[in-house]
Write a new protein. Structure first.
Length: 308
């Protein structure tokens, strides 16, 4: 843990166990009634929506922690560990994905009426194989990564920077996260209407899941802070202001304000930490240079357009 984040010994409020069991039982009864006596298609649709929503939240938590790991973020280990708590739903999610297989013929019309031009991709064996293996691998790596982070904490081993095993696991997890969630968007959502097609839906689903996960982790952090379970100081999150100059490498910087992205071929950046002061006159001169450079580039492009 850093000096900016602490975890108190306050007990975590728990929902009574009998209530959770009762709600789960009622959900199972309602689901069974819906697929046998009620409206099977509507019931399976509701099941699919809930499965994807909660599963996306559950796996995005470890993915956010993995992003912090890969970028070597030191700003708040506590938030990283709060994000990892959503992994507890992953085993349940995997079982629920197995249940979804039973509703394939109701949900997806191409199961009963194959499309000749898409049969190579939209067929039950291949779809089941790629979704099943993808979910299994992604969840397994995410659980391994989660356990490794908490095991490092208990052993007193730094888990934020310099841990090669955690870096490898987080990298593999993030690659699988993008691939598998893209398949969820293409296979489990888009193929509900096999005639319609969008090459962007998979990426859109990944990004929307990521944003929703960020919202959940933010909410959990605020709630834990409010209840005294954790104490995440604002400076642990907002410790640096980064000013990036897209063409900074072409600018003269006699005052050496640029202190970040120095190895970039084109851009340069200024990292300003809390309490630091920047030479105002030098900064203004740098901004004026950047404006002049941008205007000269626009002028050149407009002249070329007129000549053409």
């Amino acid at each position: 843990m850093s000096a900016n984040t602490t975890v108190s010994a306050a007990p975590v409020p728990r929902v009574p166990q009998p209530l959770l069991v009762l709600l789960a039982a009622l959900g199972i009864v309602a689901f069974l009634y819906g697929i046998t006596q009620g409206q099977p298609l509507r019931t399976w649709m509701i099941y699919l929506i809930n499965l994807l929503f909660w599963s996306s939240l559950a796996i995005t938590g470890p993915a956010i922690a993995g992003m912090i790991q890969v970028t070597e973020g030191r700003w708040s280990p506590t938030i990283k560990r709060i994000a990892l708590t959503t992994a507890g739903f992953l085993p349940v999610s995997f079982v629920l994905f197995l249940v979804l297989f039973a509703g394939r013929a109701v949900l997806y019309p191409w199961v009963s009426h194959p499309l000749p031009n898409k049969a190579a991709w939209l067929n039950v064996p291949f779809m089941s194989l790629r979704i099943g293996i993808g979910v299994l691998l992604l969840y397994w790596v995410a659980m391994r990564y989660t356990k490794a982070v908490f095991a490092a904490d208990q052993a007193g081993i730094p888990a934020e920077v310099g841990n090669d095993r955690l870096m490898r696991l987080s990298t593999i997890m993030l690659i699988l996260y993008v691939v598998v969630l893209s398949l969820w968007g293409f296979d489990l959502i888009m193929s509900l209407d096999p005639i319609w097609y969008s090459g962007l839906l998979g990426g859109y689903y990944v990004v929307s899941s990521m944003y929703t996960g960020f919202g959940l982790v933010t909410y959990l952090t605020l709630r834990y802070n409010e209840r005294g379970i954790t104490s995440v100081a604002p400076k642990a999150i907002q410790d640096v202001v980064k000013l990036t100059f897209a063409k900074g490498a072409s600018l003269k910087d006699p005052a050496r304000l640029f202190n970040s992205s120095l190895d970039g071929k084109v851009r340069r950046a200024i990292d300003i930490r809390e309490g630091e002061e920047v030479d105002a006159s030098a900064f203004k001169a740098l901004v004026r240079q950047a404006v002049a450079l941008n205007r000269s580039g626009k002028a050149k492009s407009s002249k070329k357009g007129k000549l053409a």
